[in-house]
Design a protein around this ligand. Structure first.
Ligand code: HEC
Length: 292
């Protein structure tokens, strides 16, 4: 019997298999690019060409066989082969049980009286089995020698991509400036960490002052703005004109605008807080009684 699988069935099936394989191997690189990965496309074209050639050869053999048959035999043969593809598929999957039992080898256990049918496995099943073997070999080799499908390498690649996308995000997302920045309560915790990293050597962990002045009192050397929060932001951004030890963290690019917003929120918070550090540096500058 000769069943020709129609193209509207075979092509989508091949396409989905290749898509599936590409997904396994390339998905970690970039979520969508695997569909259009050059290797997937080339594989698809190669397999289609091979199937075309096979079909062509099969057709040639089929025609040759037909010619060799006698007239009556040919009629019977053609009758057997005619009919819808789906009908033959149905017959193939749900074989007529009578036919199955007639042609099947029986294994006689003898001692327990059970008779076992030694059925032939369906062709599609056997092919699926070969397919899994081939895939496992490909997978094993690529696991050993190539980047993809190795979880450690995949992790590293993903990690690098993540860092890259964070950088791109930071580049494209607008940074806070003196004009746009506002005190935000939910930035205080982040700000504290940044303060400990960048400022505590000169202002102490609690802001009570060391080389730099106490940041928790109402005395200020630098009054650049009318608003306390903006004043803090401005000093961190521009540094102190009176004493270069307090450098221009923002303008020099040492700390980005968004991070200065976090630090300023923290400094504003500890300055407005009722509880003050027990030991503070003596007041420096002038008292500012009413900030806007
Ligand atoms: C190398 C030491 C040093 C570091 C680091 C430093 N500061 Fe200062 N800071 C100073 C000094 C010294 C002054 C006093 C400047 C002046 O006399 O005008 C000062 C002043 C300030 C003032 C103004 C205080 C006032 O009374 O005018 C603020 C606010 C401030 N610093 C915040 C920070 C923050 C926030 C950081 C961390 C990003 C930081 N400083 C890091 C040394 C430092």
């Amino acid at each position: 019997m000769r069943y020709k699988v129609p193209f509207f069935i075979s092509i989508p099936i091949i396409f989905s298999i290749i898509l599936f394989i590409s997904y396994i191997f390339f998905s970690s690189y970039n979520q969508l690019s695997y569909i259009l990965h050059p290797i997937s496309i080339i594989l698809f074209i190669i397999i289609l060409t091979l199937i075309g050639i096979l079909e062509w050869i099969n057709d040639l053999i089929f025609q040759k066989k037909l010619k060799l048959l006698k007239k009556e035999e040919r009629k019977i043969f053609l009758k057997k082969n005619e009919g819808n593809y789906f009908y033959s598929l149905y017959k193939f999957i749900f074989n007529d049980p009578k036919v199955v039992y007639q042609n099947v080898k029986k294994i006689d256990h003898g001692f327990d009286g059970i008779i076992e049918l030694d059925n032939k496995l369906p062709v599609w099943w056997i092919h699926l089995f070969y397919f899994t073997i081939i895939i496992s070999i490909i997978y094993f080799i690529s696991y050993l020698f190539l980047d993809f499908s190795n979880p450690y390498n995949e992790y590293n690649i993903d990690y690098k991509n993540q860092l890259k996308s964070i950088k791109i995000f930071e580049k494209n997302s607008p940074q806070a400036t003196i004009e746009t920045s506002l005190y935000k309560k939910d930035l205080i915790n982040n700000g504290k960490n940044l303060f400990l990293e960048n400022c505590s050597t000169c202002h102490k962990e609690d802001g009570s002052g060391n080389i730099g002045p106490n940041l928790t009192d109402n005395y200020w050397i630098n009054v650049l703005e009318k608003n306390l929060y903006k004043n803090i932001f401005s000093i961190i951004w521009n540094g102190s004109k009176k004493n270069p030890t307090m450098r221009a963290f923002g303008r020099s690019g040492e700390i980005k605008g968004n991070d200065i917003e976090k630090i300023s929120s923290y400094v504003y918070f500890i300055n407005r807080k009722k509880e003050k550090p027990i030991k503070c540096k003596l007041p420096q500058g002038d008292i500012v009684p009413d900030w806007k």
